[in-house]
Design a protein around this ligand. Structure first.
Ligand SMILES: [Fe+2]
Ligand SMILES: [Fe+2]
Length: 214
């Protein structure tokens, strides 16, 4: 490896490490304004507020995992075009991370105490998928995005109809996730075997159940 190549790898590793620290610490800055901006807070009772906050904690955990998955992708993607195309999705995930954190705070909740764990587990999965090659890495990303999209649709059914700011954030996130999935498919994602899709669903269910509480 030449010196410029080593410097580039080191530079990327430092950037990713900085991103990891900010993700786990919950201090990510959004590039786009939150869809909740300008919407007035609903007058929710304590139970409805706690429920909204817990659902947003689940979504925030999902976004922490998305950061780790896209980082795993950035660290392992072999094709420069693939990597560059997914950078936009990764930046939008950064917005989701910040928006959901803002909603948690506005609703008087707190992020998951297990975020470092969620992050580490997802990074390992992302790097593992990346080592299988870009097609499988993209397959894993596409399926993740599809399941997150479904999951957000479920949250829209469970959130109070009055909680307009939280609903606006969830809806915008869902739109982005659909585009992220399309991007991964357009870049050549393989079709994941049904067993792998089921395993991902089981894991996601465990994660969302735990994150709703802790
Ligand atoms: Fe997201
Ligand atoms: Fe996404």
């Amino acid at each position: 490896m030449t010196f410029p190549a080593i410097a580039e790898v080191l530079d990327r590793a430092l950037l990713e490490f900085d991103r990891a620290l900010r993700t786990v610490a919950g201090v990510h800055q959004a590039e786009r304004p939150s869809p909740a901006a300008g919407l007035s807070e609903a007058d929710l009772d304590a139970a409805a507020r706690a429920h909204s906050a817990a659902l947003m904690r689940v979504n925030h955990v999902g976004e922490v995992c998305a950061q780790a998955l896209y980082q795993g992708q950035a660290l392992t993607a072999r094709d420069a075009h693939t990597r560059a195309s997914l950078e936009r999705a990764a930046r939008e995930e950064g917005d989701h991370l910040a928006w959901s954190m803002d909603r948690i705070r506005a609703l008087g909740g707190r992020p998951s105490l297990l975020n470092p764990l969620w992050y580490a587990g997802s990074l390992a999965l992302g790097v593992g998928a990346g080592l299988l090659g870009d097609r499988w890495n993209l397959a894993f990303l596409a399926e993740t995005e599809r399941q997150v999209e479904e999951h957000l649709t479920g949250h829209l059914e469970r959130l109070s109809a009055d909680d307009a700011p939280t609903r606006a954030v969830v809806e915008a996130m869902r739109d982005d996730e659909a585009q992220h999935r399309d991007t991964a498919v357009a870049l050549g994602a393989a079709e994941l075997p049904a067993a792998a899709r089921r395993a991902m669903r089981v894991m996601a269910r465990a994660m969302t159940t735990i994150a709703y509480r802790i």
